[in-house]
Design a protein around this ligand. Structure first.
Ligand SMILES: [Zn+2]
Length: 199
């Protein structure tokens, strides 16, 4: 039964059928089908894929295409965050980009690009935060190691007279101690930021 005069695009592939809709009218559905048809050229899809239209009925159990295909960067980024892209591209057809282009036409590409840029930026931040915390931790370890070596050189077992006596060795120990304290403070900030990333 047709509730309103809304229409779906039916993508029939050898192993499955995907229904996308409802489009607001038969005309819209035809436009969607045409746009998807055009994408077959540059998009991996199963051999024998056929794209047709049919009335949307009350029996349909597919999600609302407009709700699940927002044409704005935040909404697209949100979907992409929950999607892994390591699947077989044919098995994904029509993928999110193909669906967005199908439904929103020329508006899809800029929204998609902005979403991808936002995700790239998130990834860059995530990587930078991790690298920062690791580097500060490395620096802490290096300073601690230097302190241990210097302490041994000044010890009675080894006794480097230059570092053990006179002020320079003691100054250096003092500087390393100050560096260790500074790095502990830096590490606290780096770790706090890193924990936010995990939350
Ligand atoms: Zn339907």
């Amino acid at each position: 039964m047709t509730d309103r005069k809304t229409w779906d695009v039916i993508v029939t592939m050898p192993s499955r059928i995907v229904t996308i809709g409802p489009a607001p009218s038969e005309h819209h559905a035809a436009l969607w089908a045409t746009r998807l048809q055009q994408q077959l050229t540059g998009t991996a899809h199963p051999d024998g894929t056929e794209i047709t239209t049919a009335p949307h009925t009350s029996d349909c159990d597919h999600p609302d295409a407009y709700e699940t295909h927002p044409c704005e960067p935040d909404g697209i980024a949100e979907i992409l965050r929950g999607t892994s892209d390591d699947d077989d591209p044919e098995a994904r057809f029509p993928d999110l980009y193909a669906r967005l282009s199908m439904i929103h036409g020329a508006y899809a590409a800029p929204a998609w690009s902005a979403a991808c840029a936002a995700l790239d930026n998130e990834a860059e931040i995530r990587d930078g935060v991790r690298e920062l915390a690791d580097l500060v931790a490395d620096a802490e370890r290096a300073v601690s190691h230097a302190t241990a070596v210097l302490t041994r050189l000044r010890s009675n077992q080894v006794y480097d007279i230059e570092l053990a006596e006179g002020g320079d060795g003691a100054d250096m120990l003092h500087e390393l101690d100050a560096a260790a304290r500074a790095l502990r403070n830096a590490a606290r900030v780096a770790q706090w930021r890193r924990n936010l990333e995990r939350a």
